[in-house]
Design a protein around this ligand. Structure first.
Ligand code: DGJ
Length: 728
């Protein structure tokens, strides 16, 4: 059993694979303290770590210094207003306007497996994979129940947390802050890694040394965002890719989030993560419950790389679902960069015909097929096929594509409404806006008020009709603007702060309906590129479009940062035309292919118009994809060289789980004169087994490859090469 309660000590011990997480109930007042999180230990009682015998002593022995106790004790779930002046996890407003809360242990339950989180995406696991613990605590003065919910995975170094709150009082209570995790770490000298960027340069890695004070990563954009990702790692300042303690935190949520690392006065460091309290309130009437989304916590005693591989395994096995969970995805060609809005049936069929002859397996029709959408100025909400462009109708087009032996996919942006649309003319109040104030446009569109069930039902029925009208086997679900002017005519003033979270819940509900009604459809999430690349979305879609920047060199940093947390099997990556539409750079077609292989792989170009030499390389790239995709999708990912740090060379590697096969990708961004070869050292192989380099007679031991290394020569800027080694 991965979780034990040691009754006489009142200790909860959660053991994941090589990780222990320990909680203790202390003092007559039943405080719940965080004792330990780190490498697995055999001890059941390490309560000395709580320093209960040191001043300021616990309240039952020294009530006069109660506030000092609250301000130094490592509370398992910190609450506002009683004396813990570090970041709180729970804050509220009761009938009288008071904001304080104090929790005491009441009871607990331990069970095998993991329960679903109502209405929310979350990791899952059966009775053999994980054990869960629910600690019930209470604020007795408020009659408020708070359940701290944990799951420990047996074969992975992952522990998840969420929180459930129930109002057992007669009066309503407004929750104004409900975070999902809080942990106090001993010491102050840590580094923090986070992922930041902008449109077209998402999830670049940032690492900085933190000390006293607060270091926040958050968003209020209504989506997890291009700018900030709901992930941080706290690590030893000396930690490397292979060594040192690393704690990764990832929030399974797609809306406003808040995470913070706080260096505190007694040289401890508090990490919190949860829904952003800005613009958040949730009113609980008597007996109503609120469920906070899940935080996944991964511990690694062997550096960043091990943390990465744990996230990858957990997400591939225990988060991503559906028909494509463990399957190779069809190679698709998307017409966005090929045509933008300028296409019709004939154009799409000419692309499909050429593409199918080259081995591409699916045509995806992107934005512009509906209403009168010939630019991004109109028609969102009018989910009716534009037969002036799609002559013969959608079914005809799909059937013709199918006849070429290809599948068909379609683009949708269900959460939006254009002011120039039939839908808006009929229902101007369906947009999120503040009564009496003109809302801000973004890409000439508003966001639908999905807190209203009738709107969700209407839009869902529209898209259901489209998806049922032809043999559609893929959907790209896009979301192209941030949410502003928060207001809904159906939410009363005191519940105004519920809108953002209700919106996210409604998106999840729509995706749940879509994946239930159309289980055969491969859903790819997208948000103006990668603005919703988060584990919440991964629960519904096994792949996410990583960035609108398809330039192979820009993608090195974007994909490196993304792959630090998210499996490469879910990273939407395509080969596009050059000069690249975003940065104007020209890179070899081969390099574009090698970089896109470290993702879902597809094309985003007009295959009828690219240079002949490029087109002729496609069948070879298709062959390479089929040859290596099982390895790339299921193997262990290792970082060898980081372009994000050295600015000239990038190398990554995927090793099969049984270590019998390895694929190494090397990209030389800038050539170096008068320099013969680079030495790269592989990782994760078996030292005393021999590996053969494909295409040569060369044999190397795993030890030679890892400790001696390989000499890599590449000529020219943006050049690349794949190395495939098989164990003899
Ligand atoms: C943003 C996406 O990232 C693009 O790939 C494309 O689908 C456009 N939206 C269409 O509007």
């Amino acid at each position: 059993m991965g979780i034990k309660f040691i009754k006489d000590k009142k200790v909860f011990k959660l053991d994941a694979k090589d990780t222990s997480y320990i909680i203790a109930v202390v003092d007559d007042e039943q405080f719940i303290g965080h004792v330990y999180f780190g490498k697995r230990i055999i001890d059941e009682d390490v309560n000395y770590l709580l320093r209960l015998e040191e001043p300021p002593y616990v309240p039952s022995k020294n009530n006069r210094d109660r506030v000092s106790f609250y301000d130094s004790f490592p509370m398992e779930y910190s609450t506002h207003g009683i004396g813990d002046f570090r970041e709180s996890s729970l804050q509220l407003r009761d009938r009288d306007g008071n904001t304080a809360c104090r929790l005491q242990y009441i009871s607990h339950e331990i069970y095998k497996g993991k329960k679903k989180l109502k209405g929310l995406p979350a990791t899952f696991g059966d009775e053999n994979e994980c054990t869960s613990l629910e600690i019930k605590c209470m604020d007795k003065d408020l009659n408020l129940e708070v359940d701290l919910v944990y799951t420990a995975f047996e074969n992975l170094d992952a522990i998840t947390r969420s929180v459930r709150i129930k109002n057992c009082a007669e009066d309503s209570i407004a929750l104004t802050k409900v975070l999902s995790t809080c942990i106090d770490f001993e010491g102050i000298n840590y580094d923090m890694i986070s992922l930041h960027g902008s449109w077209a340069r998402e999830r670049h890695i940032s690492r900085k040394n933190i000390s006293y004070g607060k270091h926040t990563v958050s968003t209020v954009r209504g989506e997890s965002s291009h700018q900030d990702n709901p992930f941080i790692a706290l690590l030893d300042s000396s930690a490397t890719d292979e060594s040192g303690n690393v704690y990764g935190f990832n929030f399974v949520y797609s809306g406003n989030f808040f995470t913070q690392v706080e260096g505190c006065q007694f040289d401890t460091t508090r990490v919190v993560m949860g829904i952003n309290p800005v613009d958040f309130t949730w009113v609980l009437e008597k007996n109503e419950e609120f469920v906070a989304p899940e935080v996944v916590m991964v511990y690694s005693d062997k550096g960043i790389g091990k943390m990465t591989r744990t996230f990858h395994d957990l997400y591939r096995n225990n988060l991503i679902r559906g028909r494509f969970k463990d399957k190779k995805r069809p190679i698709l060609i998307n017409n966005w960069e090929a045509t933008y809005f300028d296409f019709n049936t004939e154009k799409l069929l000419s692309i499909a015909k050429e593409a199918s002859s080259l081995g591409i397996e699916m045509l995806v029709m992107d934005d512009g097929w509906f209403g009168k959408r010939n630019s991004d100025n109109s028609s969102l909400g009018d989910w009716i096929v534009n037969e002036e462009k799609i002559q013969g109708g959608l079914k005809y087009l799909v059937d013709e594509v199918n006849k070429l032996g290809m599948e068909f996919g379609i683009w949708l942006e269900p959460e939006m409404i254009s002011p120039d649309s039939e839908l808006y003319r009929e229902h101007p109040d369906w947009a999120i806006k503040i009564d009496g104030r003109t809302p801000a446009l973004c890409r000439e569109q508003y966001v639908l008020d999905l807190s209203r069930k009738e709107i969700v039902d209407y839009i869902y029925e529209c898209i259901k009709k489209v998806l049922s009208s032809a043999n559609i086997t893929y959907v790209k679900w896009d979301m192209n603007r941030q949410i502003t002017d928060l207001g809904s005519i159906c939410i009363p003033a005191e519940k105004h702060g519920e809108l953002s979270h209700r919106y996210v819940l409604a998106v999840y509900e729509m995706m749940d309906r879509l994946t239930t009604d159309f289980p055969h459809i491969l859903l790819e999430n997208c948000s103006g590129g990668g603005a919703r690349f988060d584990p919440g979305m991964l629960y519904y879609s096994p792949q996410i479009w990583c960035s609108d920047d398809t330039d192979a060199i820009e993608r090195l940093k974007i994909q490196e940062g993304t792959a630090m947390v998210y499996p490469i099997s879910c990273i939407g990556a395509h080969v596009s035309d050059c000069p690249n539409h975003t940065v104007g750079r020209t890179t070899p077609f081969e390099t574009r292919g090698h970089v896109a292989l470290a993702g879902t792989f597809g094309y985003e170009l007009d295959v009828t118009r690219i240079p002949k030499e490029d087109r002729e390389m496609i069948p070879k790239q298709v062959e390479i994809y089929h040859k290596y995709n099982d390895l790339i999708r299921t193997g262990d990912y290792y970082r060898i060289e980081n372009f994000s740090q050295n600015n000239c060379f990038d190398v990554w590697e995927v090793v099969s789980k049984d270590k019998s096969e390895v694929l190494v990708t090397c990209v030389q961004v800038l050539g170096r004169p008068n320099y013969h070869s680079r030495r790269i050292k592989l990782k994760g192989l078996i030292e005393d087994k021999m590996y053969k380099l494909e295409g040569t007679d060369e044999l190397f031991s795993g030890g030679a490859l890892m400790y001696g290394g390989l000499n890599i020569s590449l000529y020219g800027d943006y050049s690349s090469k794949l190395l495939h080694l098989i164990q003899l």
